[in-house]
Write a protein that binds this ligand. Structure first.
Ligand SMILES: Nc1nc2c([nH]c(=O)n2[C@@H]2O[C@H](COP(=O)(O)OP(=O)(O)OP(=O)(O)O)[C@@H](O)[C@H]2O)c(=O)[nH]1
Length: 142
């Protein structure tokens, strides 16, 4: 029997220092305690970009810039109960400071640190791709 296809959209927010925001799924949700990129399910009346921006507002209190979402990669991943299709965007511009609005943990980490986290399964390869394609660590000696 084929599994339902779930369209989710997520973003790697990158700060001026090259760190990326990751969030930890709160208790009570599927994959609780695992780390992922902010985002969520794409609703019937919206584009993936609108979904990312809505989720960034709802989950983190950020006001992103819709045109600033840059396609980076995607995952097409078979979980036991559904098949996930998830584009991952890069975003370097937004208004506000990230605050966990839904009980989730949040961390700003360099891409090579994200690969060390206990990530949701579908994000393991995406995190490796970020580490391979984005600079990691401080760019300037202190
Ligand atoms: N937001 C987000 N979800 C991801 C990522 N990777 C990944 O496998 N997922 C999965 O995509 C599914 C949908 O995410 P979601 O956050 O909107 O859904 P949810 O389970 O919280 O449901 P709900 O918002 O209806 O309560 C979840 O099963 C989640 O584990 C990711 O990087 N970001």
């Amino acid at each position: 029997m084929s599994k339902p296809l779930l369209l989710v959209a997520a973003a790697a927010l990158i700060d001026a220092d090259g760190r990326v925001l990751v969030t930890r799924r709160p208790a009570g949700k599927a994959h609780a305690g695992k780390w992922e990129f902010p985002g969520g399910k794409v609703e019937a009346n919206e584009t993936p970009e609108q979904a990312v921006n809505r989720e960034l507002r709802e989950e983190l209190g950020l006001e992103p810039c819709e045109r600033c979402l840059q396609p980076f990669s995607f995952t097409s991943y078979a979980y036991d109960d559904f098949h996930l299709f998830m584009p991952l965007y890069l975003c370097r511009q937004w208004d506000g400071f990230a605050q966990p609005k839904e009980g989730q943990g949040i961390k700003w980490l360099y891409p090579n640190q994200i690969t060390e986290l206990d990530l949701v399964e579908a994000d393991i390869e995406l995190a490796q791709e970020l580490a391979d394609r984005l600079p990691s660590g401080r760019r300037f000696a202190v």
